[in-house]
Design a protein around this ligand. Structure first.
Ligand SMILES: Cc1cc2nc3c(=O)[nH]c(=O)nc-3n(C[C@H](O)[C@H](O)[C@H](O)COP(=O)(O)OP(=O)(O)OC[C@H]3O[C@@H](n4cnc5c(N)ncnc54)[C@H](O)[C@@H]3O)c2cc1C
Length: 306
């Protein structure tokens, strides 16, 4: 029986590991891979204390850091969790070949970006199509770009990119925007930003790198838009299927946590990072929230009130 099982090897899971090990909790981390979503990023420029690092190197550092504690209170299993059960007095975690038990669970399974479905979309991923303005935006300085999505994330991305790109065209599939009115107004006051409603993207094209996209309007007429970059902001899919029957989730499937403690509605489960209902999704935030959770769950374990 472990004191704690951590699921996830992204910044939230890894931060939880370091704090759990240093607090001498008997801990197991289970992760399909160590690194998390930003492993694919060419250059991360906002991991505090490190001016620039590739996602690959950040993942290597994460692994190096947790390996310092391996077999000194921390067990590391690169496996995929398939089932989680609350047995009242403990939690059972199953992977394909094994089963583990713990008093507490730290759930950090993150999320994945909802991918756009259109001809060429897969071919131009990381060759013009990107899912992270904060990470990849500056590459498109002085270029014409599109943002796909009409929610707050889409508009905030457009405003951020307009600071340095030549033009930003916001394409939204539906006839109106879901974003807050104030944000919509602010965006369209910016001369660089324009919007197209009822735009159903049918194709991305280019010769090696993205050169444009095609979309159909509500009359099914096809149009072409020449762009160098397309930022897709059509939502995140939280990885919460395994846990949604054990801890409360919101209408978007994100785990509801107490922001002071990161505790879920389940007395034995804490969570941090992109799978939670926290408002912002960044590496530093995932890491900090996991630390907060560890401070809190450590007290619960020591007081034996779980
Ligand atoms: C392309 C890209 C670039 C980004 N660049 C930046 C950036 O420059 N700066 C920044 O601050 N943020 C960036 N982000 C956002 C950042 O990556 C996320 O906010 C952060 O990774 C969230 O961390 P997390 O630990 O919550 O989850 P994730 O990073 O999603 O990690 C989830 C972990 O859980 C594991 N897991 C999931 N399900 C299971 C399962 N069933 N069994 C076992 N393991 C499981 C995964 O293998 C993974 O290890 C970027 C995101 C993307 C997609």
């Amino acid at each position: 029986m472990y004191d704690l099982i951590i699921i996830g090897g992204g910044p939230a899971g890894v931060s939880a590991c370091v704090y759990a090990a240093r607090k001498k909790l008997n801990t197991l981390v289970i992760a399909s891979e160590i690194g998390g979503q930003s492993t694919v990023s060419a250059g991360i420029e906002n991991w505090i204390g490190t001016p620039i690092i590739s996602g690959f190197d950040l993942a290597k550092n994460f692994e190096k850091h947790i390996k310092l504690y391996e077999n000194k209170g921390l067990d590391i299993k690169k496996e995929t969790v398939t089932e989680i059960k609350d047995e009242n007095d403990f939690i059972t975690i199953k992977t394909k070949n094994s089963s583990y038990k713990s008093k507490a669970l730290m759930y950090c399974a993150g999320s994945s970006r909802r991918k756009i479905q259109a001809q060429g979309a897969k071919d131009f991923e990381h060759k013009g199509i990107t899912y992270c303005a904060t990470c990849d935006g500056p590459v498109f300085t002085d270029m014409d770009i599109a943002v796909v999505g009409g929610g707050n994330a889409g508009f905030e991305t457009a405003l951020q990119l307009a600071e340095y790109t030549k033009s930003v065209t916001l394409l939204n599939r539906s006839p109106s925007y879901n974003a807050d009115q104030i944000t919509v107004k602010k965006a369209f006051e910016n001369k660089k930003i324009s919007g197209i409603l009822n735009a159903e993207i049918t194709e991305f094209f280019g010769d090696g790198l993205l050169e444009g996209l095609k979309y159909k309007d509500d009359t099914k007429k096809e149009h072409t838009l020449k762009i160098n970059g397309a930022f897709i902001e059509i939502g995140l899919i939280p990885e919460t299927n395994l846990i949604k029957n054990l801890a409360e989730t919101n209408q978007m499937g994100k785990i509801i946590v107490d922001p002071k403690t990161q505790k879920t509605s389940n007395n034995r489960i804490w969570s941090a990072g992109d799978c939670t209902d926290g408002l912002y999704h960044q590496n530093n935030i995932a890491s900090g929230d996991a630390v907060k959770a560890l401070e809190n769950l450590f007290i619960s374990i020591k007081k034996e009130d779980i």
